[in-house]
Design a protein. Structure first.
Length: 190
């Protein structure tokens, strides 16, 4: 993963990969036909780490904004445990190599769609104001969350820089945005 994060798919060196892994090139290619197979295997492995977030989610929490905050806390904890996995996922979203781009897009789109279904499962939509279209509210919320995440990645550079103090700071900052959205979407008193 480190080679792909640092160099992208095209420039990642299988020689460096086997050197870092302390295995022979023959051993690497015993399990993977080529560099693309290795990359896609690592991407699938990284997706399984994301599933830890959903495993820890409390589906009894029906408030949309409390659920999202809960997921943020879980995600930061998992990111601290697997920083390279999250750096790899972030780098893969920007990967432009024609050898893997369509595969990445397909896998990431499916993962995002499945993840959003899980995140919004069992939410109490009756808290939304009558004039708020739930689908549009979710789009605005998702765009805000994605934009917030990208802005924070520009600042921190790598998930390996995600300490507890920084994680708390990011959650507080996210909450300031979420509070604006809550007031915009929810009925008064919700």
């Amino acid at each position: 993963m480190n080679q792909f994060v640092q160099n992208g798919f095209e420039k990642a060196s299988t020689n460096e990969i086997v050197k870092e892994a302390q295995i022979s090139k023959g051993s690497l290619f015993k399990y993977f036909t080529n560099k693309k197979d290795l990359y896609l295997y690592l991407l699938e492995h990284a997706i399984k780490v994301i599933d830890f977030i959903y495993d820890e989610m409390d589906l009894h929490e029906q408030d949309l904004f409390k659920r999202i905050l809960q997921i943020g806390v879980i995600k930061i904890k998992i990111q601290r445990n697997y920083p390279l996995v999250f750096d790899f996922l972030y780098a893969s979203r920007g990967e432009q190599s024609v050898q893997v781009k369509s595969d990445i897009d397909h896998i990431m789109d499916d993962t995002l769609e499945d993840g959003l279904k899980k995140i919004y499962e069992n939410i109490d939509w009756s808290k939304l104001r009558e004039d708020v279209d739930p689908e549009k509210a979710l789009h605005i919320l998702n765009w805000t969350a994605i934009g917030f995440g990208e802005l924070q990645m520009e600042k921190i550079g790598s998930f390996s820089n995600m300490g507890e103090e920084l994680g708390t700071k990011l959650l507080d900052e996210w909450n300031s945005y979420a509070e604006i959205l809550r007031r915009s979407f929810y009925k008064e008193g919700e």
